[in-house]
Each structure stands twice: as structure tokens, then as C-alpha cells.
Design a protein around this ligand. Structure first.
Ligand code: ADP
Length: 628
């Protein structure tokens, strides 16, 4: 009896009138269908979680199997019963394929060829089932019988001839067991505690199902037991195992989601404290998420919804192309993206931002997700620019002071050609006063004047370029050209100080990427120091060598060696420090500036010192690979 509501009052209906088996099977099928629907919805929201789709399909197949079983248990004729068994093979096919797919996706250790072998065999069984006159399991069904089962009267097979090929069903079950066991053993061997637990639950339930269902079906088929042909009760084991596992995963995912939200809040707090703005752009959905700091840096309100283009529009027009091209390059190269750019928006003037980001595939399978951090570096940029300006000033004043040292000898260098020009013009004037003019001699005089003028012009030009205040401009440069320029400038100074300068340049040296004026300054400083170092020696021992050669590792060495006393070991570590000098009138900035210039060229400067035998300063610069 069961209570029911009707005609305005509660009453009882006799449950004997409704089939118990139908109620029971429908309840189980309904519950399974509901579970399947839940997992299907989950898969719709997370297409990557394909195991949930597999579960939903398997659950649906289970409902189909239960339905054909009810049909079979209520069949009125042998034909109807045979048809129910035949149609049961349709959902059964999806059910067992679903099991294989579940093992493959959930455990991840199934051997593909075994799995496909099993699916192939089930497909053969499926085809044979519909090719046969009755169904896969029976050749002939002569009669049916009605028996009591679970308090109900149900149809079972009576006289029948079992199909020859139905033993293939046994083989397929054995293959399923091998496939599942193999996957579980592999996972057990290589897995951690959690994976071992999974292997045990899934493996245990699946193998129990395959074993129990096969044994039961065979006993029924051969009439050893007289019971309805069923697999639904046995399938409850793998169904429970799959539900248990997936629910555990869902529970874990929801806990994780809670943690992620908490983590996000903490991250945002930390980022704000560190003055960082965080942002994320999903190219698939076009959605932009940004912390309030990031919005503020780009001049957007707290909740303002903005398109990717409007964020891009805030970038200074001069930087925009560079930023987008750099971004595209790093996405192509799968590298982190780093950029420094200006943003300008009303009322805030122009700010410098530095951004660092990374692109990764979107979780939804479509497009990319770009995540990044931005920071306001305006103050740092201003300080950096100031420092650069200061360095330029220093380098400039260093050059001016060096030229100051050369001034008297440079005046001499200039007065020589000017004197020669004067003398030549006087001679020409005298010649023009004579009655006959020697044109040939006059032409020679003009050639001399031109040569002297060029010499003076060259010195003035070198001087002017060294006196100009300028930024570092890198271009392909011949090292020997720099050496010749500087030797022209120090020529008269070395002559007046009786220093012999030897020039040893390796022929056809490749170019370096450098700034002519700044590198000349370095060499000039080294030469002046070398001449100072030998000034205490007798004139015949005052020797300086300037040379250049390849290093064989893609660099060129430019060196200045002298025959002075060298740098005492106790001060050698300090000579590149600013304001370190041992000279009474020295400023101590020459080597410090030289080092900064060389390092900005990607090179290095070093001293090798052999006390008593002079100092050797070596400047190593990378060869300009493009020009080479
Ligand atoms: P300054 O020449 O004004 O002293 P530098 O920075 O050019 O400044 O040189 C720093 C110091 O390094 C010099 O005072 C000197 O003691 C040492 N030094 C530089 N070149 C040589 C050299 N060729 N031989 C010996 N000592 C040197």
C-alpha cells in the first residue's frame, strides 16, 4: 500500500497493481538521468572537462539499458522478449564505450590500442546483433516463462538456443578487464596516494561490474539460473564509483575556487601595496578585468567598462605602434612581454608606465588570455634622464679638460700650417712683383697653401667635434679611423714631450658599433695618462704603444701600453673610481668616464699591470655583426 492524495482526502492504493520492478528501475534510471544532466551542465560550462560529458553520455545509456530491461521483463511473447534484448545492445554499446572513455580520460593511463581494440570488438558485436535474426545472444527463442521476481511477475527466457557467436561477448569482457586492470596498475605504480586511491576505486568497481555482469548473463543465457536478463544492478557499482570520483573532483574544484577568490583578493592587496596594477584580457570573450590601480594608471573610473581599443588609445601615439608590435612579437614567440611606454589622459599629463605580461591559451579553448602588471615609473624615468644628462655633462667636461691640457700644443699645431701659409703667400706676392711670372712655381705654392690649410682645418674639425656636447650615437666605426684621429690631436703634444708613440694596427679590422667622439675621448684619455706615466723617464725611454687587433671571440681589443712605472697594486682597484687621482693637478675623472662610455658600448675596460714595466689598458668592444 502507498499513501496518495485524491478527491480532497488522503487514501491508499494497492501497490500490487503497479509493477515493483518498473518502479524500482525507473527510480534508479531517473536518479541516474538527473546525475547525468548535472554533469552535462558542468561540461557545457567547462568544455575542457570532457570526462563529465562522458559521464553524462554513460548515464543516458544506462537509462536506455534500464528501459529495455523493463520492456524485456514485461514482454508478452518470445519475439517481443527477443526484440527487447536486441535493442538493449544499442544503449549497452554506448555504456561500455563510455566506461573505456572514462578510464582513458579520468585515469589517463589506459593503453590506446587496448581501448580501441575493445571498442572495435563491441562494434562487431553491435553489427552482429542487428545482422542476426533474433539478437546477438540467441539463435532462436522458442518460449518465454513468467516467474516471481522482487515481488513482481516478470518474463524470462524459456526454451531457446544460445547463439554461437555470443561467446565473443565473453572475450570482449575479458578485454575490458585487461584494459582497466592495465590502466589501474600503471597508475598505481607511478602515482601518489590520491592516484592510487583512484586506481583502486575505479579499477575495483569496473572489474567487479565486468566480472559479475558477464557471469550472471552467461548463467541466464544457458538456463543455469532462471532469472531475467539484467545488467542494471551490477552497473550500480561503476556508476557509484564514477559519481563518487567526479563529485570529489567537483568538491575539490569548488574549494579551490574559494581559495582562488581569496588568493585574488590577497594578490590585489599586495599589488596595490606595491603600487602595481594588474590586468587580464580574454581575446575570446573580449572581457577585460583590471584592478583599480591599473584603471587609475590608465585614467579610467572604478567600474567603467572599457573596450581593449580604449585602453590602447590611452597609450601615447608615438609609443602605440611599438607597444602593439612588441606584444604581437612576444605572443608569436611565446615569450614574456616587457615594455615601457607613456600614457596620457585628461588632467594627469603624461606618465611613464612599465608593463610586463604573458599570453596563454584561454581556458575556454578559444583565443588567448593576456595577463600583465603595470607600474608607474615616471619618477624613475625623470631621475634616469637627469642621470643621463649629468653623465653627458661629465663626459663633455672631461673632454674639455683634456683638450685644455692639449691647448698649448694644439695652438702650436695650428700655428705651424698658418705660418707656412703666410710664408707661401709672401713668396707668391714677391713673384707677382717680378716682370716675368713663373706660373709653375706659383701653382706649387698654391698646392702647398691648400695642403697646409687642410691640415689646420682637420685639427680644428677634430677639436670642434670633441667640444660638442652630444648624446651617444652608435654607428659602424672603423677602429683605425679613431686611432688616427686621436693621434692627429696628440701629435704635437707627444712631440713636445719627447714621447715616441708607436701605432700597431692589425690590417683590415672589422667595424665596431660605436660613437666616434666618445670612443675618441676614451683613447685620448688613455694616451694622455700614458704620456704622463712616461714623463719621468729619460726621453729615449718614453715609449707608448697604441694598437688594435681581433680577439677571436667576436670582439676587438684596443690597447694603450706604456713604459712607465705602472699602477701600484694597492691603488689598482681604485683607478676606475670617480675622483681617484695620484696627480697633483689631476681630476681623477678620466678613467671613470672612460669605463662608463665603454660599458655603454657593451664593452669592457681593464688594466693589466706589470710593475716596473708599465701599464697596459685594454678596451674590448664587440664587433658590429651587421656591418661584418
Ligand atoms: P687623472 O688622470 O685625472 O688622475 P684618471 O681617471 O685618468 O684621472 O686616472 C686615475 C689614476 O690612475 C691616475 O691618477 C693614475 O694614478 C692612474 N693611472 C692612469 N693611467 C696610468 C698609467 N698609464 N700608468 C700609471 N698610472 C696610471
Amino acid at each position: 500500500m502507498m499513501p496518495v492524495w485524491g478527491n480532497g482526502h488522503w487514501g491508499w492504493i494497492d501497490m500490487g497493481a503497479v509493477s515493483h520492478v518498473t518502479i524500482l528501475w525507473s527510480l534508479v534510471a531517473g536518479a541516474t538521468a538527473l546525475l547525468g544532466a548535472v554533469h552535462f551542465a558542468f561540461w557545457m560550462a567547462n568544455p575542457q572537462a570532457r570526462v563529465h560529458l562522458v559521464f553524462a553520455i554513460t548515464a543516458l545509456a544506462f537509462v536506455g539499458v534500464a528501459a529495455t530491461e523493463i520492456w524485456g521483463m514485461h514482454a508478452a511473447t518470445p519475439q517481443e522478449w527477443g526484440a527487447a534484448v536486441r535493442w538493449c545492445h544499442v544503449p549497452l554499446y554506448f555504456l561500455v564505450v563510455g566506461l573505456v572513455a572514462f578510464v582513458s580520460l579520468y585515469l589517463g593511463t589506459g593503453r590506446a590500442w587496448l581501448g580501441w581494440g575493445y571498442v572495435g570488438l563491441r562494434s562487431v558485436i553491435f553489427a552482429a546483433n542487428f545482422a542476426s535474426e533474433t539478437n546477438f545472444n540467441f539463435e532462436r527463442i522458442d518460449s518465454i516463462e513468467r516467474i516471481r521476481f522482487l515481488g513482481d511477475t516478470v518474463t524470462v527466457v524459456g526454451d531457446a538456443v544460445v547463439g554461437k557467436w555470443q561467446l565473443l561477448g565473453l572475450v570482449s569482457s575479458a578485454l575490458l578487464v585487461v584494459y582497466v586492470l592495465d590502466a589501474c596498475v600503471t597508475l598505481w605504480r607511478r602515482g601518489d596516494a590520491e592516484e592510487r586511491r583512484r586506481a583502486l576505486v575505479v579499477g575495483g568497481a569496473f572489474v567487479a561490474f565486468a566480472g559479475a555482469a558477464t557471469a550472471y548473463v552467461q548463467l541466464v543465457l544457458y538456463g543455469i539460473v532462471q532469472l531475467p536478463l539484467l545488467i542494471t544492478p551490477m552497473f550500480l557499482a561503476p556508476l557509484a564509483a564514477m559519481t563518487y570520483e567526479l563529485s570529489r573532483d567537483l568538491l575539490r574544484a569548488s574549494l579551490l575556487a574559494g581559495e582562488v577568490t581569496g588568493g585574488k583578493v590577497r594578490l590585489e592587496l599586495a599589488a596595490t601595496a606595491a603600487d602595481l596594477g594588474l590586468g587580464e584580457w580574454d581575446s575570446g570573450s573580449g572581457r577585460i578585468w583590471a584592478t583599480s590601480k591599473a584603471r587609475q594608471l590608465f585614467g579610467f573610473g572604478e567600474t567603467e567598462e572599457r573596450s581593449p581599443q580604449s585602453w590602447l588609445d590611452r597609450i601615447h601615439p608615438d609609443d602605440r605602434v611599438r607597444v602593439t608590435e612588441g606584444l604581437a612579437r612576444s605572443i608569436r614567440g611565446n615569450e614574456d612581454y616587457v615594455a615601457e611606454f607613456r600614457v596620457s589622459h585628461d588632467g594627469h599629463g603624461t606618465r611613464w608606465l612599465t608593463a610586463r605580461g604573458r599570453a596563454s591559451a584561454s581556458g575556454r579553448g578559444k583565443g588567448l588570455v593576456l595577463r600583465g602588471v603595470v607600474r608607474d615609473v615616471t619618477q624613475y624615468r625623470e631621475e634616469h634622464d637627469e642621470a643621463l644628462e649629468l653623465r653627458r655633462e661629465l663626459a663633455h667636461s672631461g673632454r674639455v679638460s683634456m683638450l685644455g691640457q692639449l691647448a698649448s700644443s694644439l695652438a702650436h699645431e695650428l700655428s705651424q700650417p698658418l705660418g707656412a701659409i703666410l710664408r707661401n703667400t709672401e713668396a707668391a706676392e714677391l713673384m707677382l712683383q717680378a716682370s716675368t711670372v713663373d706660373v709653375e712655381a706659383l701653382r706649387e705654392i698654391v698646392v702647398d697653401i691648400q695642403r697646409d690649410d687642410r691640415r689646420a682645418g682637420l685639427v680644428i674639425e677634430r677639436l670642434r667635434s670633441l667640444l660638442k656636447r652630444r648624446e651617444l650615437e652608435l654607428q659602424p666605426l672603423a677602429v683605425d679611423g679613431i686611432v688616427q684621429d686621436v693621434l692627429t690631436l696628440v701629435h704635437s703634444d707627444s712631440a713636445s714631450r719627447h714621447v715616441h708613440i708607436d701605432c700597431r694596427l692589425e690590417p683590415s679590422l672589422p667595424a665596431v658599433l660605436g660613437d666616434r667622439v666618445h670612443l675618441s675621448q676614451v683613447l685620448l684619455n688613455l694616451l694622455l695618462n700614458a704620456m704622463d706615466a712616461v714623463s719621468g723617464l729619460t726621453p729615449d725611454r718614453r715609449r707608448v704603444v697604441v694598437g688594435a687587433g681581433r680577439n677571436g671571440d667576436g670582439t676587438i681589443e684596443l690597447y694603450v701600453a706604456d713604459t712607465g712605472n705602472g699602477v701600484p697594486p694597492d691603488v689598482a682597484a681604485q683607478i676606475f673610481e670617480p675622483f681617484f687621482t695620484t696627480k697633483p693637478a689631476g681630476m681623477g675623472m678620466g678613467l671613470a668616464i672612460s669605463r662608463s662610455i665603454v660599458e655603454r658600448h657593451g664593452g669592457s675596460i681593464s688594466l693589466s699591470n706589470e710593475p716596473g714595466r708599465g701599464a697596459r689598458f685594454s678596451v674590448v668592444l664587440p664587433i658590429d655583426t651587421e656591418a661584418a
